[in-house]
Ligand binder design. Structure first.
Ligand code: SF4
Ligand code: SF4
Length: 90
């Protein structure tokens, strides 16, 4: 679960995503995908291991849902510890 909101280079704040799919269209590595959870459609990081860190998705996202990690942890970027709640730390 937690891996679906981060790659090595970018973080996704699902609550900010407005499902415009611009990031999916521009990602050259097909890292990103779509998901619908309880009626809320948003982007998801499907293949974070393929992310090359080009930052195209960050630049195209106008809502601030996608941000560069720049070496920061999930908690520092979103204020939420993405590893909590899943019950599994990697
Ligand atoms: S560009 Fe931003 S708002 Fe649009 S689908 Fe991607 S994460 Fe969501
Ligand atoms: S940084 Fe580049 S490769 Fe990684 S998800 Fe964004 S657009 Fe795709």
């Amino acid at each position: 679960m937690s891996k679906r909101v981060e790659s090595k280079f970018v973080m996704l704040d699902r609550s900010r995503c407005e499902a415009c799919w611009e990031c999916i269209a521009i990602c050259p590595q097909t890292v990103l995908g779509k998901i619908e959870v309880f009626g809320h459609r948003h982007a998801v990081i499907n293949a974070g291991d393929r992310c090359a860190g080009c930052q195209r998705c960050v630049k195209v996202c106008t809502t601030g849902a996608l941000v560069s990690r720049e070496g920061r942890s999930a908690a520092e970027v979103t204020g939420v510890d993405a590893s909590r709640g899943s019950g599994a730390r990697t």
